[in-house]
Design a protein around this ligand. Sequence first.
Ligand code: GLU
Length: 485
Amino acid sequence: MSDKVRVRYAPSPTGYIHIGNLRTALYNYLFARHSGGKFILRIEDTDQARKVEGAVGNIISTLDWAGLDYDEGPVKGGECGPYYQSERLGIYKEHTDILLNNKKAYYCFCTSERLTALREEQQRQKAAQTKYDKHCLSLSEDEIAKKLSEGIPHVIRLNVDPCAKIKFQDEIRGEVEFTGEVIDDQVLVKSDNYPTYHLANVVDDHLMKITHVIRGEEWLPSTPKHVLLYESFGWKPPVFAHLPLLLNPDRSKLSKRQGDVAVEDYKKKGYLREALVNFIALLGWTAGDDREFYYLDELITSFSLDRVNKSGAVFDILKLNWLNAEHLRKKTDSELLGMLRLELSESKYSSLEFSDEFLLNVITAMIPRVSFIKEILEKGFYFFEEPALYDEAVIKKRWKSDSSAILCKYAEKINQYSSPQKEDFETALSETAAEMNVGNGDVIHPLRLAVSGVGGGPGIFDIVYIIGKEKTINRINRISEKLKS
Ligand code: GLU
């Protein structure tokens, strides 16, 4: 049991889940499911000042939406709980005492004024890096006890040996090495007595028996501090895997300024969860072939850490849109019908009633032309309402002096059928063209303009058949009236 894979997604509830967070969660989930291990959700909420209302709810509901069910964590519980760090303060206190006792950590009573002056001086001296100068390391036991009894504000710092060489194996980057010289005596416990990320993260990863830490590259500089902490406790570190940065197409770091990064925004825009998950899986990983379309269970089968790239992964929205369209087209009719009904119920057409048969016909006609369900309402608005306007460019190009007469003939023809089928609309059209001595195009183009107001879309016989004889005739009469002159 103890050598079974256990991974965690450990978000800080400082905002809504963004694409990078979801990728971390997904890769951990895929790795756990692929190896028959456990996927744990841990809320790293020790930074009280940065907590955002509703963030935990958003994390849980987004994982649920994406289909990434966790085995242990908030709400569900589990053998290594609690899964909120704010409920584990006693545990961190116990572990801080261990570090203090074996001199791996020390009290620091420096004021913020002293720290600022120190930093400014180091900057003036052009130090490669600003660092704490271990000033308080030389305090005697008595001095420490006195300051503590006087209630002088303090933090607890990690005692980093500047000569130490810290090496670890990263599953994605290979061997990574840091020297102690570049590592600051990291604060482990803040003056409010809360642990910092570093202490809480390492203690919890150990106590929760985490075997692999899979997280974004931005955490790589923290890892040597963590490795030192593992050593200080005498614990074996987990395996590390740092995922590549996410980049904009211009290779700058993906950030909020350049567009949407919150998963919520993509949900609102109507992206399918399957498509977003599929897309995110490919942000840094490939199976080694050209395959791009995957369902979650297929990703579980194919995923491995050794196929994750080191170099930054470019966020290409066109690829996401393409995947959305691909996943949409794989949906069953009844799924699409449900989605379209939901979209209609939230639209200006909500008070109108449509039969399943009508909507399924609309879906069949429109689905090859859209990437999102809501585009059916936007691009195919004429299935749900009469066109209010006619495209000027199409009028100019397609509406001739005899168009009105041609369409009236067509209206007469279809009126002869009590309930015309698609082929009846087609027959009526060739008969109209023959009788009026014009080409089929002279009927088709004005007819399309009459029924849809625009120049493109599904086949004309699909449109007229779907909207039906009455509406087609009404729309012919209407355009003839409007474009009379
Ligand atoms: N709490 C950190 C975050 O918000 C976790 C980093 C890690 O996985 O170690 O991303």
